[in-house]
Design a protein around this ligand. Structure first.
Ligand SMILES: Cc1cc2nc3c(=O)[nH]c(=O)nc-3n(C[C@H](O)[C@H](O)[C@H](O)COP(=O)(O)O)c2cc1C
Ligand SMILES: C=C(O[C@@H]1CC(C(=O)O)=C[C@@H](OP(=O)(O)O)[C@H]1O)C(=O)O
Length: 389
């Protein structure tokens, strides 16, 4: 499967086209809108999220609530567009209009402005920031919601949550089921299961905001029910953990990724890292522990997938950092109109979507069928073969 996205942050709309979905997958706008709403929540976001109320319009690929096997086209309109019709106009610009003539010549350190401008020859760096904006993650979440629906049909469940914001860490995660974790997380303004830590995280966001600064954090995605043996050890570009790593780091402002114990493995002995193998009639092959986070040799082991990503602090700051105006070459200290101070909770929903997409895509590639009912049967047979292997 593959998908493309198009759209500028303050343009009319964002669009995605999804190709390669099997026919017969139940899918409604509500399935997608639920995740769009989850992405919009989260303590620490700026005023833009009060303007937007993301809703998907499905314009192709679905009939009577089921996928047809043809490309699925999804669009989310930008409500803010009504305030930007002149500046972001599609038609040639009106050279006499003062508002239209104003260009962005002051790059923000940490954003794509300067290098993107140099690369594409955009001396008005609005042409860069409009597309480099994380507004694009709206339709990535829409594509992810479709992937999640496919995974759900195959008995694969996915959740995401926030582990750390601005140095405030949640306590060790403990939950009886992924459903219990989800319930706690969805009721938290920072998507953290630990209520005491969540309170401190919100205080850290308030402090950063008051100081005109921004903060980042760490998110975790957990997947249960993934069959063993998806991905492959035989070639670098077929390793599923590598695909997930790329997907996480492709999210705006994400700078690192780890699986299971992750970077902590550097400080441990092999006996404290590798997961002992056991077998039972009911469950087949499982592990006593899950310190490797669900991967061996670039393949899913069948244990829960545990992947984390680190998000840097938001680059646009009310507290000015020094930069250079590209017209005058003079230094300036930037002042800005609006920005998020922390988008880690929203980004955890994006990470969930990114992981869901990669897993669904890898499953469809490996167990290919044009039909959802056949895919379901193939996965069931694969699980049974693995149990008795
Ligand atoms: C959900 C989300 C919201 C974001 N909001 C902002 C924002 O309001 N202001 C900002 O400067 N950057 C924001 N970012 C981060 C920038 O989009 C990102 O830093 C930029 O595209 C440069 O890419 P890089 O940080 O990956 O190098 C956000 C990122 C995410 C995932
Ligand atoms: C619009 C979204 O996030 C935006 C991501 C973003 C950036 O630079 O990445 C900058 C901000 O945009 P604006 O300047 O319009 O306030 C965020 O609001 C969104 O998540 O839907």
């Amino acid at each position: 499967m593959r998908y493309l996205t198009a759209g500028e942050s303050h343009g009319p709309a964002l669009t995605t086209i999804i190709e390669g979905l099997p026919a017969g997958l139940p899918l409604t706008a509500e399935d997608i809108n639920e995740d769009l709403a989850r992405r919009q929540k989260g303590y620490g976001r700026g005023r833009r999220m009060q303007i937007e109320k993301d809703q998907v319009r499905i314009s192709a690929g679905i009939r009577h609530g089921l996928t047809l096997g043809s490309p699925v086209a999804l669009t989310v309109e930008n409500r803010d567009w009504t305030h930007w019709t002149k500046v972001m106009g599609i038609e040639p610009r009106d050279q006499n209009d003062e508002e239209v003539k104003r260009t962005v010549t002051r790059p923000r350190p940490g954003h794509a402005d300067l290098v993107g401008g140099m690369k594409y020859g955009h001396r008005d760096m609005r042409n860069v920031l409009e597309r480099s904006s994380a507004r694009e993650t709206t339709v990535r979440v829409a594509a992810g919601a479709v992937a999640k629906k496919l995974l759900k049909e195959l008995g694969i469940d996915i959740a995401s949550h926030v582990l750390e914001i601005g140095g405030v860490k949640a306590s060790e995660v403990s939950y009886d089921s992924i459903e219990e974790l989800k319930e706690k997380v969805e009721n938290s303004p920072v998507r953290c299961f630990d209520a005491a830590a969540a309170q401190k995280m919100m205080e850290a966001i308030d402090t950063a905001k008051k100081n005109g600064d921004s903060i980042g954090g760490i998110v975790e995605v957990i997947v249960e029910g993934m069959p063993a043996g998806v991905g492959s050890y035989v070639h670098y570009d077929r390793k599923l953990d590598a695909k997930l790593a790329r997907a996480i780091v492709s999210i705006n402002a994400f700078k690192g990724v780890e699986f299971g114990l992750g970077f902590e493995m550097a400080r441990k002995q092999g006996s404290q890292v590798h997961d002992e193998i056991i077998w039972s009639e009911e469950a087949g092959y499982t592990r006593r522990t899950n310190r490797l986070g669900g991967f061996e040799g670039g393949m899913s082991t069948g244990m829960p997938i545990v992947v984390r990503g680190v998000m840097k602090p938001i680059p646009t700051l009310y507290k000015p950092l020094q930069s250079v105006d590209i017209d005058t070459k003079e230094p300036f200290s930037a002042s800005i109109e609006r920005s998020d101070s922390c988008a880690v909770p929203a980004a955890s929903v994006v990470a969930e979507a990114a992981v869901a997409w990669e897993l669904a895509s890898a499953i469809v590639e490996q167990f290919y069928s044009d039909r959802m009912d056949v895919l379901k049967k193939t996965i069931a047979d694969h699980r049974e073969y693995g149990r008795l292997f």
